[in-house]
Design a protein around this ligand. Structure first.
Ligand SMILES: Cc1cc2nc3c(=O)[nH]c(=O)nc-3n(C[C@H](O)[C@H](O)[C@H](O)COP(=O)(O)OP(=O)(O)OC[C@H]3O[C@@H](n4cnc5c(N)ncnc54)[C@H](O)[C@@H]3O)c2cc1C
Ligand code: FES
Length: 261
């Protein structure tokens, strides 16, 4: 798989909620090679503080060579990213890792929580463009509140998906956690694609296993290099071996991972 390091010009930054931003950059080489579920390592400054690149899922990809990244401000790197303006430049390395397997013609469910929604938007677009009937597919989106999820939900609705949100505070959609909605959807789908906090995905995986529905998950771990060189991102595989999330993932079939923690 080709990987590129590109100096990218920021073309837009949108603030979707108090601490959630969406960055648009021109990255034609990475955009041209990207597959849903892959990620980029972003150098947030030209200098050395912070030294390490930060990993972000490819949220959206456009034929003209643009990429969107969706992120929540949680520390130094994301704080710096949130202060970027159109015309600034940042360095991206990617596309990295193994993405989602799209080979399913039957109805599917995409379920994301928090910033785990990010890679599902690219996935939803690719699936919709493959000629399937998206109205038979479900998108379940969990978030802290309506502000965090409403504009993201619109993106999926515009592609023809049946979108059901859930919020922790009940300000939009179901009041509660998003996996609670999965039981009603599983009988109607053949595959589930999931990304979000680890406990959420563990619940999703358990429900899929019980219903005998294939499930792919995108895992987020700490990553220092993103290239398979530092061992910083390992998780335990299904037979006790350690797997690199950056190289063998971030997308796995649920049975490839030991859901122990
Ligand atoms: C493959 C992959 C894709 C990702 N995609 C996205 C995305 O699309 N949008 C998004 O908002 N975030 C995403 N993340 C998480 C993102 O990389 C981190 O939020 C970011 O690196 C934090 O950088 P920071 O400098 O702001 O925070 P730091 O200062 O590095 O950390 C702040 C705090 O957050 C904790 N932390 C940092 N990274 C992680 C992590 N991966 N898991 C758990 N705790 C962490 C640190 O331990 C620390 O306590 C992804 C992570 C991976 C591995
Ligand atoms: S992040 Fe360095 S090996 Fe995966």
């Amino acid at each position: 798989m080709p990987e590129f390091q590109e100096k990218c010009r920021v073309s837009a930054i949108e603030q979707l909620a108090s601490d959630v931003f969406r960055l648009t950059v021109h990255a034609p080489l990475i955009a041209g090679a990207a597959h849903p579920g892959q990620f980029v390592m972003v150098r947030v400054v030209d200098g050395f503080d912070p030294l390490l690149r930060r990993p972000f899922s490819i949220h959206q990809q456009f034929a003209g060579g643009s990429l969107k990244l969706l992120f929540k401000v949680i520390g130094q790197g994301t704080h710096i990213l949130s202060g970027l303006a159109a015309g600034d430049t940042i360095s991206l390395l990617g596309p990295l890792g193994r993405g989602f397997d799209l080979a399913c013609r039957e109805p599917v469910c995409l379920i994301g929580g928090g910033m785990g929604i990010a890679p599902l938007a690219f996935l939803a677009k690719r699936l919709a463009l493959s000629g399937r009937d998206s109205s038979l597919d479900f998108v379940l989106l969990g978030a802290r509140d309506g502000d965090e999820v409403s504009s993201l939900a619109d993106d999926f609705s515009q592609l023809g998906y049946t979108v059901v949100p859930a919020t922790d505070d009940g300000s939009l959609g179901h009041h509660g956690f998003i996996p609670e909605l999965l039981d009603d959807v599983l009988p109607a789908v053949s595959r589930v694609y999931s990304c979000g906090p680890y406990p959420m995905m563990r619940t999703v995986v358990a429900k899929c296993q019980k219903a005998d529905v294939v499930c792919q998950v995108s895992l987020e771990t700490h990553m220092a290099c993103g290239l398979g060189a530092c061992l910083g991102c390992t998780v335990q595989g299904n037979s006790g071996q350690y797997v690199h999330v950056c190289k063998q993932g971030p997308v796995f079939y649920s049975g490839e991972v030991a859901w122990t923690e």
